[in-house]
Design a protein around this ligand. Structure first.
Ligand SMILES: [Zn+2]
Length: 80
């Protein structure tokens, strides 16, 4: 096989757009023409949504669920 040369890596992939390139589109929420890095609600809408959704989600965060770090090795994986 001679098709595994590193120089050809990514040749078939679409070019990655620069991170500072803004995407112009119509905000799906307020229908305004906006330019954002990613398609979705504009900055104004995100602020509104964050306030609305964040306020509702706070009730969920106040439950007993506490995400823990997975510091304990898997019993199956650690079995020798
Ligand atoms: Zn918007």
């Amino acid at each position: 096989m001679s098709l595994t040369e590193p120089s050809d890596a990514g040749a078939g992939l679409p070019p990655q757009p620069p991170e500072d390139e803004l995407l112009s589109f119509t905000c799906p929420r307020c229908r305004l023409e906006v330019a954002e890095l990613l398609y979705g609600p504009c900055a104004s809408c995100r602020t509104t949504l964050r306030a609305v959704v964040g306020g509702e989600a706070r009730d969920v965060e106040e439950t007993d669920y506490v995400p823990k770090m997975n510091v304990t090795p898997n019993a199956v994986a650690s079995k020798d």
